[in-house]
Design a protein around this ligand. Structure first.
Ligand code: GDP
Length: 321
Protein backbone atom coordinates (compact mmCIF):
# COMPACT_ATOMS: atom_id res chain seq x y z
CA UNK A 1 0.00 0.00 0.00
CA UNK A 2 2.86 2.34 0.82
CA UNK A 3 4.21 1.95 -2.72
CA UNK A 4 0.76 2.54 -4.18
CA UNK A 5 0.42 5.70 -2.10
CA UNK A 6 3.87 6.89 -3.15
CA UNK A 7 2.86 6.34 -6.78
CA UNK A 8 -0.37 8.19 -6.24
CA UNK A 9 1.54 11.06 -4.65
CA UNK A 10 3.94 11.14 -7.62
CA UNK A 11 1.13 11.20 -10.17
CA UNK A 12 -0.71 13.86 -8.20
CA UNK A 13 2.39 16.06 -7.95
CA UNK A 14 2.78 15.68 -11.72
CA UNK A 15 -0.66 17.29 -11.98
CA UNK A 16 -2.53 14.23 -13.22
CA UNK A 17 -6.24 14.84 -12.91
CA UNK A 18 -7.14 11.20 -12.42
CA UNK A 19 -4.68 10.89 -9.56
CA UNK A 20 -6.16 13.99 -7.95
CA UNK A 21 -9.71 12.65 -8.30
CA UNK A 22 -8.62 9.33 -6.82
CA UNK A 23 -6.88 11.02 -3.90
CA UNK A 24 -9.96 13.13 -3.19
CA UNK A 25 -12.18 10.04 -3.24
CA UNK A 26 -9.81 8.50 -0.70
CA UNK A 27 -10.01 11.64 1.46
CA UNK A 28 -13.81 11.63 1.28
CA UNK A 29 -14.09 8.05 2.44
CA UNK A 30 -15.04 7.54 6.06
CA UNK A 31 -13.50 4.06 6.28
CA UNK A 32 -10.79 4.07 8.97
CA UNK A 33 -8.14 2.52 6.69
CA UNK A 34 -8.84 5.15 4.04
CA UNK A 35 -8.58 7.89 6.62
CA UNK A 36 -5.20 6.52 7.61
CA UNK A 37 -4.06 6.33 4.00
CA UNK A 38 -5.20 9.91 3.44
CA UNK A 39 -3.10 11.11 6.37
CA UNK A 40 -0.13 9.20 5.00
CA UNK A 41 -0.66 10.71 1.56
CA UNK A 42 -0.91 14.22 3.01
CA UNK A 43 2.36 13.63 4.83
CA UNK A 44 4.01 12.60 1.56
CA UNK A 45 2.69 15.78 -0.08
CA UNK A 46 3.52 18.15 2.76
CA UNK A 47 5.53 21.17 1.66
CA UNK A 48 5.28 20.23 -2.03
CA UNK A 49 2.56 22.68 -3.05
CA UNK A 50 3.33 26.00 -4.71
CA UNK A 51 1.84 29.31 -3.63
CA UNK A 52 -1.94 29.50 -3.77
CA UNK A 53 -4.88 31.76 -3.06
CA UNK A 54 -7.86 30.31 -1.19
CA UNK A 55 -11.08 32.23 -1.63
CA UNK A 56 -14.34 31.44 0.16
CA UNK A 57 -17.55 32.53 -1.54
CA UNK A 58 -21.04 32.68 -0.15
CA UNK A 59 -24.49 34.17 -0.72
CA UNK A 60 -28.11 33.09 -0.52
CA UNK A 61 -29.36 30.59 -3.11
CA UNK A 62 -30.13 32.40 -6.37
CA UNK A 63 -27.72 35.29 -5.75
CA UNK A 64 -25.61 33.99 -8.62
CA UNK A 65 -22.77 32.07 -6.98
CA UNK A 66 -22.29 29.45 -9.66
CA UNK A 67 -22.61 32.00 -12.48
CA UNK A 68 -20.11 34.20 -10.67
CA UNK A 69 -17.65 31.39 -10.05
CA UNK A 70 -17.95 30.37 -13.68
CA UNK A 71 -17.15 33.94 -14.84
CA UNK A 72 -14.29 34.42 -12.38
CA UNK A 73 -12.95 30.92 -12.93
CA UNK A 74 -12.87 31.23 -16.71
CA UNK A 75 -11.19 34.65 -16.47
CA UNK A 76 -8.45 33.23 -14.24
CA UNK A 77 -8.07 29.98 -16.18
CA UNK A 78 -7.63 32.02 -19.36
CA UNK A 79 -4.87 33.98 -17.63
CA UNK A 80 -3.07 30.71 -16.99
CA UNK A 81 -4.14 30.13 -13.41
CA UNK A 82 -5.15 26.62 -12.45
CA UNK A 83 -8.49 26.90 -10.70
CA UNK A 84 -10.09 24.38 -8.37
CA UNK A 85 -13.72 24.83 -7.31
CA UNK A 86 -14.87 23.05 -4.15
CA UNK A 87 -18.10 23.27 -2.22
CA UNK A 88 -19.25 22.98 1.36
CA UNK A 89 -22.92 22.21 1.40
CA UNK A 90 -24.45 21.11 4.68
CA UNK A 91 -27.75 20.27 2.98
CA UNK A 92 -25.95 17.72 0.81
CA UNK A 93 -24.68 16.17 4.04
CA UNK A 94 -28.27 15.70 5.09
CA UNK A 95 -30.02 14.84 1.86
CA UNK A 96 -27.23 13.25 -0.14
CA UNK A 97 -27.86 15.81 -2.89
CA UNK A 98 -25.30 18.45 -3.69
CA UNK A 99 -25.28 22.06 -4.83
CA UNK A 100 -22.29 21.25 -6.98
CA UNK A 101 -23.51 17.95 -8.29
CA UNK A 102 -24.99 19.39 -11.43
CA UNK A 103 -22.17 20.03 -13.85
CA UNK A 104 -24.34 22.16 -16.09
CA UNK A 105 -24.12 24.88 -13.48
CA UNK A 106 -20.66 25.83 -14.76
CA UNK A 107 -20.61 24.60 -18.35
CA UNK A 108 -17.53 26.49 -19.58
CA UNK A 109 -15.42 25.99 -16.50
CA UNK A 110 -16.26 22.30 -16.31
CA UNK A 111 -14.56 21.65 -19.66
CA UNK A 112 -11.67 24.09 -19.24
CA UNK A 113 -8.31 22.29 -19.12
CA UNK A 114 -7.10 24.60 -16.33
CA UNK A 115 -10.08 24.00 -14.08
CA UNK A 116 -11.09 21.26 -11.68
CA UNK A 117 -14.57 21.17 -10.16
CA UNK A 118 -15.46 18.94 -7.25
CA UNK A 119 -18.95 18.63 -5.78
CA UNK A 120 -19.52 18.80 -2.06
CA UNK A 121 -18.87 15.43 -0.44
CA UNK A 122 -22.22 14.00 0.51
CA UNK A 123 -22.97 12.23 3.73
CA UNK A 124 -21.55 12.88 7.15
CA UNK A 125 -21.74 15.86 9.45
CA UNK A 126 -20.98 19.46 8.50
CA UNK A 127 -17.75 19.11 10.48
CA UNK A 128 -16.88 16.03 8.43
CA UNK A 129 -17.66 17.74 5.14
CA UNK A 130 -15.59 20.76 6.15
CA UNK A 131 -12.69 18.56 7.17
CA UNK A 132 -12.69 16.75 3.85
CA UNK A 133 -12.86 20.07 2.01
CA UNK A 134 -9.77 21.18 3.92
CA UNK A 135 -7.92 18.04 2.87
CA UNK A 136 -9.17 18.36 -0.70
CA UNK A 137 -7.75 21.91 -0.77
CA UNK A 138 -4.32 20.56 0.18
CA UNK A 139 -4.55 17.84 -2.47
CA UNK A 140 -5.54 20.33 -5.19
CA UNK A 141 -2.67 22.61 -4.23
CA UNK A 142 -0.20 19.72 -4.41
CA UNK A 143 -1.56 18.96 -7.89
CA UNK A 144 -0.66 22.49 -8.98
CA UNK A 145 -3.92 24.38 -8.57
CA UNK A 146 -3.05 27.89 -7.45
CA UNK A 147 -6.54 29.34 -7.06
CA UNK A 148 -8.95 27.48 -4.79
CA UNK A 149 -12.54 28.72 -4.79
CA UNK A 150 -14.65 27.27 -1.99
CA UNK A 151 -18.37 27.81 -2.42
CA UNK A 152 -20.89 27.55 0.38
CA UNK A 153 -24.65 28.06 0.53
CA UNK A 154 -25.12 31.21 2.56
CA UNK A 155 -27.59 29.93 5.06
CA UNK A 156 -25.81 29.05 8.25
CA UNK A 157 -22.86 27.58 10.05
CA UNK A 158 -20.91 26.41 7.05
CA UNK A 159 -19.65 29.96 6.46
CA UNK A 160 -17.64 29.94 9.67
CA UNK A 161 -16.01 26.68 8.61
CA UNK A 162 -15.19 28.01 5.16
CA UNK A 163 -13.86 31.31 6.53
CA UNK A 164 -11.61 29.17 8.74
CA UNK A 165 -10.04 27.42 5.77
CA UNK A 166 -9.68 30.24 3.23
CA UNK A 167 -7.45 33.31 2.97
CA UNK A 168 -10.36 35.62 2.36
CA UNK A 169 -14.10 35.50 2.20
CA UNK A 170 -16.39 37.01 -0.44
CA UNK A 171 -20.08 37.64 0.20
CA UNK A 172 -22.41 38.04 -2.77
CA UNK A 173 -25.58 40.08 -2.31
CA UNK A 174 -28.37 41.45 -4.49
CA UNK A 175 -29.15 45.02 -5.61
CA UNK A 176 -32.36 45.29 -3.62
CA UNK A 177 -30.34 45.53 -0.47
CA UNK A 178 -33.05 46.89 1.79
CA UNK A 179 -34.62 43.51 2.30
CA UNK A 180 -31.52 41.62 1.38
CA UNK A 181 -29.40 43.18 4.12
CA UNK A 182 -31.87 42.02 6.72
CA UNK A 183 -31.70 38.53 5.32
CA UNK A 184 -27.95 38.36 5.71
CA UNK A 185 -26.99 37.20 9.11
CA UNK A 186 -24.83 39.74 10.86
CA UNK A 187 -22.34 36.98 11.60
CA UNK A 188 -21.83 36.34 7.90
CA UNK A 189 -21.28 40.05 7.19
CA UNK A 190 -18.60 40.05 9.86
CA UNK A 191 -16.74 37.28 8.06
CA UNK A 192 -16.71 39.09 4.71
CA UNK A 193 -13.50 40.68 3.44
CA UNK A 194 -15.14 41.66 0.17
CA UNK A 195 -18.87 42.16 -0.48
CA UNK A 196 -20.13 42.14 -4.04
CA UNK A 197 -23.53 43.35 -5.18
CA UNK A 198 -24.17 40.90 -8.01
CA UNK A 199 -26.73 41.27 -10.82
CA UNK A 200 -25.87 44.99 -11.08
CA UNK A 201 -27.00 44.76 -14.73
CA UNK A 202 -30.59 44.16 -13.67
CA UNK A 203 -30.88 47.29 -11.52
CA UNK A 204 -27.86 49.60 -11.92
CA UNK A 205 -29.10 52.39 -9.65
CA UNK A 206 -30.26 50.05 -6.92
CA UNK A 207 -26.86 48.34 -7.14
CA UNK A 208 -25.04 51.60 -6.47
CA UNK A 209 -27.35 52.29 -3.54
CA UNK A 210 -26.80 48.79 -2.16
CA UNK A 211 -23.05 49.22 -2.54
CA UNK A 212 -23.15 52.43 -0.50
CA UNK A 213 -25.28 50.82 2.20
CA UNK A 214 -22.93 47.86 2.39
CA UNK A 215 -19.94 50.17 2.66
CA UNK A 216 -21.52 51.90 5.64
CA UNK A 217 -22.40 48.62 7.29
CA UNK A 218 -18.89 47.25 6.77
CA UNK A 219 -17.29 50.41 8.19
CA UNK A 220 -19.40 50.04 11.32
CA UNK A 221 -18.50 46.37 11.70
CA UNK A 222 -14.74 46.71 11.19
CA UNK A 223 -12.45 47.48 14.13
CA UNK A 224 -10.11 50.45 13.58
CA UNK A 225 -6.95 48.40 13.87
CA UNK A 226 -8.02 45.64 11.45
CA UNK A 227 -5.28 44.74 8.91
CA UNK A 228 -7.84 44.97 6.11
CA UNK A 229 -10.85 47.20 5.64
CA UNK A 230 -13.60 45.18 3.92
CA UNK A 231 -14.77 46.66 0.64
CA UNK A 232 -18.08 46.67 -1.23
CA UNK A 233 -18.08 46.25 -5.01
CA UNK A 234 -20.73 45.71 -7.65
CA UNK A 235 -20.65 43.26 -10.50
CA UNK A 236 -22.57 41.22 -12.98
CA UNK A 237 -21.73 37.59 -13.35
CA UNK A 238 -23.61 37.58 -16.65
CA UNK A 239 -21.94 40.57 -18.40
CA UNK A 240 -18.63 40.11 -16.58
CA UNK A 241 -18.69 43.70 -15.31
CA UNK A 242 -16.78 44.08 -12.06
CA UNK A 243 -15.18 40.62 -12.09
CA UNK A 244 -11.63 41.83 -12.95
CA UNK A 245 -12.03 44.52 -10.26
CA UNK A 246 -12.93 41.84 -7.73
CA UNK A 247 -9.78 39.93 -8.59
CA UNK A 248 -7.73 43.12 -8.21
CA UNK A 249 -9.14 43.51 -4.70
CA UNK A 250 -8.28 39.90 -3.91
CA UNK A 251 -4.70 40.57 -4.90
CA UNK A 252 -4.65 43.77 -2.85
CA UNK A 253 -5.87 41.78 0.13
CA UNK A 254 -3.19 39.15 -0.36
CA UNK A 255 -0.48 41.81 -0.46
CA UNK A 256 -1.76 43.60 2.65
CA UNK A 257 -2.57 40.72 4.97
CA UNK A 258 -0.01 38.29 6.37
CA UNK A 259 -1.46 35.17 4.75
CA UNK A 260 1.18 32.80 6.12
CA UNK A 261 0.40 33.91 9.68
CA UNK A 262 -3.31 33.59 9.02
CA UNK A 263 -2.90 30.03 7.73
CA UNK A 264 -0.78 29.05 10.73
CA UNK A 265 -3.49 30.35 12.99
CA UNK A 266 -6.13 28.44 11.04
CA UNK A 267 -4.12 25.23 11.30
CA UNK A 268 -3.84 25.67 15.07
CA UNK A 269 -7.59 26.27 15.23
CA UNK A 270 -8.19 23.16 13.17
CA UNK A 271 -6.04 21.16 15.55
CA UNK A 272 -8.07 22.47 18.51
CA UNK A 273 -11.28 21.48 16.79
CA UNK A 274 -10.10 17.97 15.93
CA UNK A 275 -8.79 17.47 19.44
CA UNK A 276 -12.08 18.60 20.97
CA UNK A 277 -14.01 16.24 18.72
CA UNK A 278 -11.70 13.29 19.32
CA UNK A 279 -11.62 13.81 23.09
CA UNK A 280 -15.41 14.04 23.23
CA UNK A 281 -15.83 10.91 21.09
CA UNK A 282 -13.41 8.97 23.25
CA UNK A 283 -15.05 10.13 26.46
CA UNK A 284 -18.51 9.23 25.17
CA UNK A 285 -17.39 5.79 24.06
CA UNK A 286 -15.67 5.05 27.34
CA UNK A 287 -18.52 6.30 29.51
CA UNK A 288 -21.29 4.72 27.50
CA UNK A 289 -24.64 6.26 26.57
CA UNK A 290 -26.57 4.59 29.40
CA UNK A 291 -24.38 6.01 32.12
CA UNK A 292 -24.44 9.46 30.53
CA UNK A 293 -28.24 9.37 30.26
CA UNK A 294 -28.51 8.26 33.88
CA UNK A 295 -26.51 11.20 35.17
CA UNK A 296 -28.26 13.57 32.78
CA UNK A 297 -31.64 12.47 34.14
CA UNK A 298 -30.43 12.98 37.70
CA UNK A 299 -29.40 16.53 36.76
CA UNK A 300 -32.74 17.12 35.06
CA UNK A 301 -34.63 15.89 38.11
CA UNK A 302 -32.62 18.17 40.37
CA UNK A 303 -30.92 15.33 42.27
CA UNK A 304 -27.57 16.65 41.15
CA UNK A 305 -26.48 20.11 40.02
CA UNK A 306 -25.14 20.29 36.47
CA UNK A 307 -21.62 20.77 37.79
CA UNK A 308 -21.98 17.78 40.13
CA UNK A 309 -23.22 15.67 37.23
CA UNK A 310 -20.18 16.51 35.14
CA UNK A 311 -17.87 15.89 38.08
CA UNK A 312 -19.47 12.53 38.66
CA UNK A 313 -18.89 11.40 35.10
CA UNK A 314 -15.37 12.74 35.01
CA UNK A 315 -14.31 11.26 38.34
CA UNK A 316 -15.79 7.92 37.28
CA UNK A 317 -13.52 8.21 34.27
CA UNK A 318 -10.54 9.03 36.47
CA UNK A 319 -11.24 6.08 38.76
CA UNK A 320 -11.29 3.70 35.80
CA UNK A 321 -8.01 4.80 34.24
P1 GDP B 1 -26.69 30.37 -7.03
O1 GDP B 1 -27.87 29.64 -6.52
O2 GDP B 1 -26.24 31.41 -6.04
O3 GDP B 1 -25.56 29.48 -7.46
O4 GDP B 1 -27.18 31.21 -8.31
P2 GDP B 1 -27.01 30.89 -9.87
O5 GDP B 1 -25.61 31.19 -10.30
O6 GDP B 1 -27.56 29.58 -10.17
O7 GDP B 1 -27.92 32.06 -10.50
C1 GDP B 1 -29.31 32.12 -10.33
C2 GDP B 1 -29.93 32.82 -11.53
O8 GDP B 1 -29.49 34.17 -11.60
C3 GDP B 1 -29.54 32.18 -12.85
O9 GDP B 1 -30.66 32.19 -13.69
C4 GDP B 1 -28.46 33.10 -13.40
O10 GDP B 1 -28.41 33.11 -14.81
C5 GDP B 1 -28.91 34.43 -12.87
N1 GDP B 1 -27.76 35.35 -12.64
C6 GDP B 1 -26.65 35.11 -11.93
N2 GDP B 1 -25.84 36.19 -11.92
C7 GDP B 1 -26.46 37.13 -12.66
C8 GDP B 1 -26.13 38.48 -13.03
O11 GDP B 1 -25.10 39.04 -12.66
N3 GDP B 1 -27.05 39.14 -13.80
C9 GDP B 1 -28.22 38.58 -14.22
N4 GDP B 1 -29.03 39.30 -14.97
N5 GDP B 1 -28.55 37.32 -13.88
C10 GDP B 1 -27.69 36.61 -13.12
Amino acid sequence: MTTALAELAGALLAGQRRALAKAITLAESTRPEHEQQTQHLLTLLQGRAGPSIRVGLTGVPGVGKSTFIEALGVLLAEQGHRVAVLAVDPSSARTGGSIMGDKTRMPQLTVHPNAFIRPSPSGGTLGGVARRTRETTLLCEAAGYDVILVETVGVGQSETHVAGMTDLFVLLTLPNAGDELQGIKRGIMELADICVVNKADTAPRAAIRAQTELRTALTLLTPHDAPWRPVALKASAVTGEGIPELWKKVQEYISQVDIAAKRHQQTAGWFDELLREAAWREFRERTGPTRMQEVRRAVQAGDLTAVQGVEKLLSREAAQV
